[in-house]
Design a protein around this ligand. Sequence first.
Ligand SMILES: CC(C)(COP(=O)(O)OP(=O)(O)OC[C@H]1O[C@@H](n2cnc3c(N)ncnc32)[C@H](O)[C@@H]1OP(=O)(O)O)[C@@H](O)C(=O)NCCC(=O)NCCS
Length: 186
Amino acid sequence: MIQIDFKPFPKLETERLLLRAIELSDVDDLFEILSDPVVAENDYFYPVDSKEKAISFIERYHRELENNEEITWGIILKENQKLIGTFCLGSFDKDAKRAEIGYAISQEQWGKGYATEATKQILSYGFKNLKLNRIEATITPGNDSSVKVLEKSGFEREGLVRQRDLLKGKLVDGIIMGMLASEFME
Ligand SMILES: CC(C)(COP(=O)(O)OP(=O)(O)OC[C@H]1O[C@@H](n2cnc3c(N)ncnc32)[C@H](O)[C@@H]1OP(=O)(O)O)[C@@H](O)C(=O)NCCC(=O)NCCS
């Protein structure tokens, strides 16, 4: 069994990005991401239509972190300090040493390799610091850029789970992708 404790908050860094806690002062940048229907299309949430709703997301991130249930990082572009995305690790199974990764990047920053760069750093944190054995993700069929991010980061495509997720009121299949600690260490 592993211990999950996010205090102090694990700040991470890559060549172009800082990964840190999301604060209320990030609300304008976060609203830009969460209000975009294209970003929300393959995720559970409906696009937010007010800054207040974006604030309630930030409050939830803090609550989940406080309870060590889920950790959400803000992805900050070093060159201008703008928050351009969110990444999370959650659904922890401490006995099986497993977690699930999730992410979103602001649409205007797509295709620049930022999601892949952040994913690799979070995998390192998950396997080395949290001592996870498996990190997985489920992707809605058709979300090819997400599959690509995971493949580029070393995940294996393991299969299709039928009617796994309820997305905006509709049951959808999920492509299951996973990576093991032994593969990461290779
Ligand atoms: C998925 C997402 C995070 C990717 O972010 P990103 O920063 O653009 O990702 P990267 O630039 O690191 O890599 C994307 C790759 O997908 C490729 N790609 C983009 N659109 C594609 C498409 N329609 N089909 C196939 N590949 C595609 C890009 O070319 C790139 O690959 P390359 O580096 O080999 O050229 C972003 O699109 C997003 O936020 N989507 C909405 C939220 C979401 O779907 N989250 C995941 C839920 S499982």
